[in-house]
Design a protein around this ligand. Structure first.
Ligand SMILES: Nc1ncnc2c1ncn2[C@@H]1O[C@H](COP(=O)(O)OP(=O)(O)OP(=O)(O)O)[C@@H](O)[C@H]1O
Ligand SMILES: [Mg+2]
Length: 338
């Protein structure tokens, strides 16, 4: 009897000191992390950070140079077949056959996995409903929009009941509305199928709203891993800006509150670094009124993952967007050629 999956039941992925070198260049450099059953784990990083390389190693299409990793309890170096049956992958670049319908694409995939006809039909229906494409099942993929293609690829990744799903940049190049729609589908499938998801992204909002935990990766190294809220709390407090009739007087009034860690007046506004910003706003307004100061405007800014990224890497992920745009247009060009 094979117990290897059971002994690691709660850990969908475990990576220890994994390194991948290409001719001496470290594409991933001694990374370690784990993903729990049912968790959505995000690798957030710019172009060339090593995200796809990590997915390729974990899905056993590329061999690691050093280190070890287990996927659903199976060893990447010793049990690649077991791993391939336990995982679903949505690749960074589109891999659908656009001369086939949505249903035919799924059926083809299910046959490759040796699924019997009854099970194939049942599962195709289930996954197409899950991504809301049942009504489009008989339409040729070449008539699908970018978002529909992505959803079909996710459905295909789920066909053979994987326990772990890899999503490599699931919303790259899609418009905001389509991205939000795909996030919703990912949330639903994560709940309904109780599946562990490793997704890569360089979109801050995607990592923030979708992932239970995020690892920031840059130049092959994972710099920090934590829940998005905790990461944001690590790099700074909330910033409250108040337009008040006398910012200097208000600053004096606030001299003895331990939850205000920093106070400055500039551009005619009083700026405060505080803990639990949302709670403080009504208190600040009342306080100003008690001292007969009038408040015209209060704004609250929470640190974002952008601030976290800047803190740990020393640069903004946006600096990479030039290359990102080139990459998206290359992808669109190659799609048109097909
Ligand atoms: N087969 C290969 N041979 C040589 N270098 C490679 C190979 N595959 C990847 N690399 C290099 O490894 C580094 C990591 O690449 P990877 O594709 O993992 O990055 P990524 O984080 O997925 O980036 P992107 O956001 O652009 O998809 C890059 O510098 C890349 O050029
Ligand atoms: Mg990549």
């Amino acid at each position: 009897m094979d117990n290897s999956a059971d002994s690691n039941k709660k850990q969908a992925i475990r990576v220890s000191n994994l390194t991948k070198e290409f001719n001496g260049f470290k594409a991933i450099d001694n990374i370690s992390f784990s993903v729990e059953e049912g968790e959505i784990f995000g690798m957030l990083g710019p172009n060339g950070a090593g995200k796809t390389t990590t997915i390729r190693i974990l899905s056993t299409t590329l061999k690691a140079t050093k280190g070890e990793a287990f996927v659903w309890g199976y060893d990447i170096s010793k049990q690649p077949d077991k791993i391939r049956r336990s995982i679903g992958i949505v690749f960074q670049d589109q891999t659908l056959d656009d001369r086939l319908t949505g249903m035919e694409n799924l059926d083809f995939h299910a046959r490759l996995y040796g699924m019997k006809r009854n099970l194939r039909e049942k599962r195709i229906k289930e996954v197409l409903h899950l991504v809301d494409l049942w009504d489009k099942r008989n339409t040729l993929v070449k008539y699908y929009s970018g978002g529909m293609c992505r959803r079909l690829e996710i459905a295909r990744g789920l066909m053979h009941y994987p326990r772990v799903l890899f999503l490599d940049e699931p919303t790259l190049g899609l418009d905001a509305q389509t991205r939000h729609n795909i996030w919703e589908h990912i949330r639903v499938l994560n709940k309904r199928e109780k599946i562990a998801i490793l997704l890569t992204t360089h979109y801050m909002d995607e990592a923030d709203t979708l992932c239970n935990r995020v690892g920031i990766i840059d130049k092959g190294k994972i710099l920090i891993i934590d829940e998005p809220e905790k990461l944001k709390n690590m790099v700074g407090k909330d910033l409250i800006s108040i337009k008040v009739s006398s910012p200097e007087k208000m600053m004096q009034i606030l001299s003895n509150f331990e939850w205000v860690s920093n106070k400055r007046v500039y551009d005619g506004l009083l700026h405060l670094e505080v803990t639990e910003g949302e709670k403080r706003i009504p208190f600040l307004i009342n306080l100003a009124q008690r001292y007969s100061l009038s408040v015209d405007l209060v704004s609250l800014r929470r640190p974002t993952l952008e601030d976290v990224f800047l803190h740990f890497t020393g640069k903004r992920i946006r600096e990479e967007e030039g290359t990102l745009r080139e990459r998206i247009s290359a992808r669109i060009r190659s799609r048109r050629r097909r």
